[in-house]
Design a protein around this ligand. Structure first.
Ligand SMILES: *Cc1c(COP(=O)(O)O)cnc(C)c1O
Ligand SMILES: [Zn+2]
Length: 411
């Protein structure tokens, strides 16, 4: 194994608490298996001595590598070619009558989803470890993200997707030159098959639910929100939840900036699932272990019936004082159109899910108009044009003359 980041001091199983020296654990905890997802530990006292808000203000690094001291990567030498992070935080301009609403547009990452934050850390580590190939199971975005970064680094890439993944996502994978296995089954089947193949061939595993370093990339979205709000933590952050890795990362990011004294507290995290696939909400509300379910939702990126990172996600939400909620597919489609029309932001279904959650929370009086609220927009609408058409309605058919336009406008 290659050297670890200088300030990573260890890894800790989030189920049994067992600690490992950096490099001692392959992926998950030896005692707990796949349930024992590890947390990456840093020496925060040492980081606090050499890394300040002023350093960030002076940084001209327009990517998430501006947070290198809090990342599990050694130096700037092995950083990937594609640029992840430092995406815009748009002011929602009074949408939903919330003067302090902000939308974090992570569709502006290189492969058009938030997954690029995690992939960029994973690929940096895979290259540092001389991995022969990288691999992942994916509902679409983790795969296209990995395929894009692997292409840029000239590393072979194997992706396992459910056969019914949206076509644009599969097209993206193929354009990047990955070997794509369209698995006869859902995401959970793809996950299991990928795990077997990865074990068999010894490929580098880009699964956030197994590889502890990937969340270290996802947490940077929280760092950026803090910086973009001038280090005033928002009151609430709405997050779409599939496997629970984004949620876990967002919690860790806010918790680390709190630990370093950069912000005063972790905001309330509100996790939003689709009504047809809500196992993390059920586990959270009943405070019990996760029971897998059938996944039935248009939001393919959060259609994880057997989410792997539920324990970390529910822990983060609970510690933040937040909650879980669900929205229907119709509410998600409505949110795609509402967001597009009011802000010029084009979301795929999972990308609009947090906004659908906020819309519902506002209508139920859960959000005060004086609160600062951030919504994560996690993936581009171009990745699922069929859902976009369902959300947006039809074009107006006209002939070739101006008269046709006039009469169409008159009706
Ligand atoms: C993966 C993904 C999510 C869900 O993230 P999890 O870490 O699986 O909870 C949400 N939105 C988009 C666009 C995604 O690609
Ligand atoms: Zn353990």
């Amino acid at each position: 194994m290659a050297q670890r980041g200088a300030r990573v001091v260890g890894l800790k199983c989030m189920k049994c608490g067992r600690e490992y020296a950096p490099g001692d654990a392959a992926y998950t905890c030896e005692s707990c298996g796949l349930d024992g997802i590890l947390d990456v530990l840093y020496d925060y006292d040492e980081i606090a001595r050499s890394f300040t808000r002023d350093d960030l203000a002076a940084s001209r690094e327009n990517s998430h590598w501006r947070y290198l001291p809090l990342m599990p990567v050694d130096s700037s030498e092995s950083l990937p070619v594609l640029r992840a992070g430092w995406t815009p935080l748009y002011n929602g301009r009074g949408l939903l009558e919330l003067p302090n609403l902000f939308i974090k547009d992570d569709s502006l990452n290189p492969t058009a989803s938030l997954k690029d934050r995690a992939t960029s850390v994973g690929i940096a580590r895979a290259v540092a470890e001389n991995a022969s190939a990288v691999a992942a199971a994916s509902t679409g975005n983790a795969g296209s993200s990995l395929a894009g970064f692997a292409a840029a680094e000239h590393v072979p890439c194997y992706i396992f997707v459910p056969a019914d993944a949206p076509k644009p996502k599969i097209a993206q994978l193929l354009v990047y030159g990955a070997t794509v296995f369209a698995v006869d089954g859902g995401y959970d089947d793809a996950f299991d098959l990928a795990a077997e193949a990865i074990e068999h061939y010894g490929w580098y595993n880009r699964s956030c639910a197994v590889n502890p370093y990937l969340i270290e990339g996802k947490k940077t979205v929280a760092f950026e929100i803090c910086e973009q709000l001038e280090f005033r933590a928002p009151d609430k952050v709405f997050i779409p939840v599939g496997d629970g890795c984004i949620t876990s990362g967002v919690y860790k990011g806010f918790a680390e900036f709190t630990r370093l004294g950069f912000i005063e507290r972790v905001p309330e995290l509100i996790g939003v699932q689709a009504e047809g696939c809500d196992p993390i909400k059920v586990a959270f509300d009943s405070n019990s272990d996760l029971v897998p379910c059938e996944a039935r939702t248009i939001a393919d990126s959060i259609a994880a019936g057997h989410p792997r990172n539920w324990r970390k996600a529910t822990r983060g939400i609970r510690t933040s004082g937040g909650s879980m909620m669900t929205v229907t597919d119709d509410e998600i489609l409505g949110a795609i159109a509402a967001l597009g029309r009011a802000t010029g932001i084009f979301a795929e279904p999972a990308g609009a899910t947090a906004f659908a959650g906020l819309t519902k929370a506002v209508s139920e009086g859960m959000v005060g108009s004086d609160e600062t609220v951030v919504v994560l927009m996690t993936g581009s609408g171009l990745k699922d044009s069929d859902s976009a058409m369902r959300a947006a309605g039809q074009a107006v058919p006209v002939g070739r003359s101006l008269e046709d336009v006039k009469s169409a406008l008159a009706t």
